[in-house]
Design a protein around this ligand. Structure first.
Ligand code: BGC
Length: 986
């Protein structure tokens, strides 16, 4: 049995250990299906699978080859399992073809893209046995099966995700169509999938023929400037077959072609470590072109590039001047091509956006709009010119993550007159984005919109917690009709909107909330019988929506909105349950590596806008470890080995940095750390609060990242490195025990975080683990609440549950008073708060300097809710949900919980309900995966599946009793398990 602590992410160790073992047994069963095949095919398949053959299986294999049908029987504790029962002929359909996690992406720059697909079938227990991928430059050729760019041939492999393209070199701007077919474990072939495609971006800097241009305007770069307009024209002669625009900028851009917005992305080109990595976007503009004169109109905004970002009013972090790089490639029907680029001929002016800032809002004077500037015959004689500048092009990259878009719209719920006399609109939800406002009034009339997250205890508009961020949008009407306005280069974190200067009557119809975030598809759903927990999940999800804006930020409202590494790592696993974050983190991790300091230290925030050459801002325990923890999380949740390979250098540099800082005694002390940030504090003289020493925390995370490196090195088959990290880990553990653990199992300052980290990171000797866990549980029970901060909280319930203290974990989850997750819910929160007591029961606020109401870090409980309450987990031995662990652990008075997660293979569901003392668990497992299901409090002979004895269910193998639980190994399909609950479960 795996020791609880070494199981790490596998949470419930016994099952994790069985995961690998019964994986083999399950394979044994797959072999039995071979009787359906012809002998030669079967023989081949057995050859392919022979790495799975272990002794007990060999016997079965031989029997398969015998002429007598063995009735597909296999042994299990439950008796005979008939794998063919109720099995209709399978129809295999391939869907959800993805290239680098994206559906038909345009403009990628991965030279060996990875392909994934999902298999749908009505048969249980479907496994892929082989696949074939074909790639062609033309869809027609692909369908006709000719002129292949690449044909993988039939590859005997069960892998249906992360398949690497291995054909000839891919070319810039070229589209590649691909399709796939598979053979299942019975040798049945699927039809070819519908074709999907990917299209390459510009792969070499020499592909960029266009010039960087800067508007030649008089500017005072010491403060925010009017947004420049850039205008360029070109001619189209002939029938266009296809056209692409490749665009990027210093600062933000919005581009129009012939008056039509190009694409639907906002905040382009996104935020990266601009000096090293600058994203460009690829747009299909075929349908926006017209014959003859065409006009490009681009507006630039200060954005992260030169607007106020970071502390102390800092500006111009990346440079003082905005610039544009734009290239259009047109292919005509007759085969000739045309290339248009930003160049010297462009014109520049300023327009109606007088100021735009990430933190401060936008000021727009509609009277200054330049009518017709995006049309051909516009007179631009009085416009300024542009400067051609020699900015780098070798840092240009295609986005790995999803673009930021307007994702949804919210209707406001009420209009309030506050005691202070403000007119305030309540959006009903703390949201991130802006409002679209409609108004009709006199020219020159200015509407001012202030944004706030909360009202104070008197019910007045409260902005003190925004610190320096003004979050103010001003719109001056041009007059003469109904006007509609949305800001361009700013976003606000808010629920309440104070409106000044609105002409006429302000109604709920006057404004619409526009929610923006990185366009990640929704992957997870969660619901229980407790509406407060459901609201908590809602708040976690909205915390994610609000803080995934190309970069994982701490908060979206005050003068911060930075990629704080600690917050990111704490929330990453939860994020990966809720949404498809694979591309999003892939992109950000490259910025982590890019901004990592020579020393190996990882900055506090990524992109790093806080370090100065003389004073690097980085190297904090639990923050910088994001460099290791997040790639590992990506590996667990998407089976992504490439991210481990590509981040390996960065990760190992970080561990090496810690090794140097800690020195020969392996205790990392002395450096600056944030510690267990915002942990429970009191003013009680006998209990000052729960401060865990920073030395303990730093040494614990040093061990944890070293341990993850050890595992990562093993995954990548770097055995020497793995041995090195194992050795280092041993030394850190010994030092940790010597320094922080007493013989009686007291850890550090006896705080919840000290025990939690020591147990989660497996730092205690086996004989002290239970003692320490009991001490932790006692503390929780005695206080009745948690005392942890950013670093302890994500692991607290996991540790309690894993060591037999599930009741205490549920006690924490269910608690409704401060400090707890449900306290903010009871206070009406619609997002996760930065602090346990952001707003106190009497309505007063925490310190205004540090009091965000949309900070996802404490939302990390979501991961426990999915993994333990609902019971969906991954197996590190077969990650990415290839082997799924289903192990719900009901408790806390809940009568039902239902979660689902869209993995790369398809939908995983675990839904349980307690009805009349019966426990019913519905499980859905996608094709080409398998799962180990643990049924808590069950007796093997009492469990039914689909109304029949468990042993009779198709797709179920090796059902067995293990202590209080029944374990069943299952293949893909939908299963409904039911049984009377054992007394101790109730
Ligand atoms: C941020 C945090 C961050 C912290 C570092 C704060 O200002 O909002 O979430 O991790 O600084 O301790």
């Amino acid at each position: 049995m795996l020791s609880p602590a070494t199981a790490g992410w596998a949470r419930l160790p016994p099952l994790a250990a069985y995961g690998t073992m019964h994986y083999l047994e399950f394979r044994g069963k797959a072999q039995m299906d071979l009787t359906l095949l012809s002998l030669p095919v079967a023989a081949k398949r057995i050859g392919m699978l022979n790495r799975w053959i272990s002794l007990p299986i060999i016997a079965v294999t031989i029997s398969i080859l015998a002429p007598v049908s063995m009735a597909m029987s296999t042994k299990s504790h439950g008796g005979k399992v008939d794998a063919t029962k109720n099995v209709p002929a399978a129809t295999l359909v391939l869907v959800a073809l993805r290239t680098e996690y994206k559906e038909n992406p345009l403009g990628i720059d991965i030279r060996k893209p990875r392909l994934s697909w999902q298999i749908q079938s009505d048969r249980r227990g479907i496994l892929q046995a082989a696949y074939q991928i074909q790639v062609a430059r033309k869809e027609f050729d692909l369908r006709a099966g000719g002129a292949q760019q690449w044909d993988s041939g039939k590859v005997n492999s069960e892998e249906s995700t992360q398949r690497v393209y291995a054909g000839p070199l891919l070319q810039s701007g070229q589209r590649y169509y691909w399709r796939v077919r598979v053979w299942d474990d019975r040798g049945e072939a699927s039809p070819w999938s519908d074709p999907a495609f990917w299209e390459m971006g510009l792969l070499e800097s020499s592909d960029w023929q266009a010039s960087w241009i800067e508007p030649d305007l008089q500017e005072d770069v010491s403060r925010s400037q009017p947004a420049p307009l850039l205008r360029g024209t070109f001619k189209v002669n002939g029938a266009v077959q296809q056209a692409r625009a490749y665009v990027t900028s210093h600062g933000l851009y919005q581009m129009h072609l012939n008056g039509q917005r190009v694409g639907d992305q906002v905040f382009t080109p996104g935020w990266t470590s601009y000096n090293k990595r600058l994203q460009y976007q690829t747009y299909d503009i075929t349908n926006l072109l017209r014959s003859g004169e065409n006009v490009l109109g681009v507006m630039l905004g200060d954005g992260w590039y030169r607007g106020n970002i970071g502390f102390g009013g800092q500006r111009n972090f990346y440079g003082e001047h905005l610039a544009l790089l734009m290239q259009i490639q047109i292919k005509y029907a007759d085969g000739h091509q045309q290339l248009i680029g930003s160049n010297q001929s462009w014109k520049a002016a300023t327009g109606p956006v007088l100021m735009s800032e990430i933190y401060h809002g936008e000021t727009y004077d509609a009277r200054l709009e330049k009518n017709g500037w995006m049309s051909p015959n516009y007179e631009d004689k009085d416009w300024s010119g542009v400067k051609v500048v020699n900015h780098r092009k070798d840092n240009l990259i295609a986005p790995a993550g999803p673009p930021v878009r307007k994702i949804e719209e919210l209707r406001p719920v009420k209009i309030i007159k506050t005691p202070a006399g403000e007119t305030v609109i309540d959006m009903g939800q703390n949201m991130v984005g802006w409002v679209r406002i409609k108004a009709q009034g006199d020219s020159g009339n200015t509407i001012t919109l202030h944004h706030a997250e909360v009202l104070d205890k008197e019910g007045n508009f409260y902005t003190a917690n925004l610190r320096g961020a003004k979050q103010t949008v001003r719109y001056t009407l041009k007059g003469g009709g109904l006007e509609t306005f949305e800001p361009h280069f700013t976003f606000q974190g808010f629920r309440y909107l104070a409106v000044e200067g609105y002409p006429g009557e302000l109604t709920l119809d006057s404004v619409t909330g526009v929610v923006i975030h990185s366009d990640m598809s929704r992957a997870g759903q969660f619901e229980t019988s407790n509406p407060l927990i459901n609201q908590l999940q809602h708040n976690i999800l909205w915390g994610q929506k609000g803080n995934f804006l190309d970069v994982p930020t701490d908060c979206p409202q005050r003068d911060e909105r930075l990629g704080w590494t600690g917050d990111a790592q704490a929330f990453a696993r939860t994020a990966a349950f809720n949404m498809d974050v694979a591309g999003f983190y892939t992109k950000w991790l490259k910025d982590v590596a890019a901004d990592q300091l020579e020393s190996g230290s990882v900055p506090y925030v990524i992109p790093d806008v806080l370090s100065r050459e003389s004073k690097p801002a980085g190297g904090a325990a639990g923050w910088a470890d994001a460099a290791v923890i997040i790639p590992w999380t990506m590996y667990l949740t998407y089976g992504d080995k490439r991210v481990l390979e590509e981040q390996y250098d960065s990760m190992s540099k970080w561990v090496e940095y810690m090794r140097r800082r800690a020195g020969d005694d392996y205790i990392w002390d002395g450096d600056y750390h944030f510690g267990d940030w915002l942990a429970f504090a009191t003013t009680r003289p006998d209990y000052p609060g729960a401060t865990t020493s920073k030395d303990l925390i730093a040494t614990a995370f040093y061990a944890h990242s070293t341990d993850l490196m050890r595992r990562i090195a093993l995954v990548l088959r770097k055995e020497n490195d793995a041995a090195h990290y194992a050795d280092l880990l041993g030394k850190i553990k010994t030092a940790f025990r010597r320094e922080f653990v007493t013989e009686r199992g007291r850890v550090g300052e006896d705080t919840q975080t000290a025990y939690t980290l020591a147990l989660e990171f497996d730092l205690l000797p086996a004989e002290l683990q239970k003692i320490a866990a009991d001490r932790l549980a006692r503390d929780v029970k005695e206080r009745g609440h948690l005392t942890t901060g950013f670093l302890g909280t994500p692991y607290l319930c996991h540790v309690l549950g894993r060591y037999g203290h599930l009741a205490e974990a549920y006690l924490l989850l269910n608690r409704e008073k401060y400090p707890s997750w449900l306290y903010p819910v009871k206070q009406g929160a619609t997002t996760i708060w930065e602090r346990w007591d952001g707003q106190k029961p009497d309505g007063s606020f925490q310190d205004q300097g540090m009091n965000s109401f949309n900070h996802y870090a404490y939302g990390a409980i979501g991961d426990w809710i999915y993994q333990v309450v609902a019971g969906i987990d991954v197996d590190p031995q077969a990650p990415g949900y290839q082997h799924i662990i289903i192990q719900p652990q009901p408790g806390g008075g809940l009568t039902r919980a239902r979660a689902s997660h869209n993995s790369l293979y398809g939908k995983v569901t675990s839904a349980w309900e307690i009805k009349d003392d019966r426990f019913e668990l519905t499980v859905e497992i996608p094709a080409n995966t398998r799962a180990s299901v643990r049924l808590p409090g069950a007796a093997l002979d009492k469990v039914t599946e689909g109304g029949e004895a468990l042993a009779k269910g198709a797709g179920i193998a090796n059902a067995r009793q293990e202590g209080d639980s029944v374990i069943a190994e299952i293949g893909s399909g939908r299963y409904v398990f039911a049984y009377p609950r054992k007394a101790q479960q109730q």
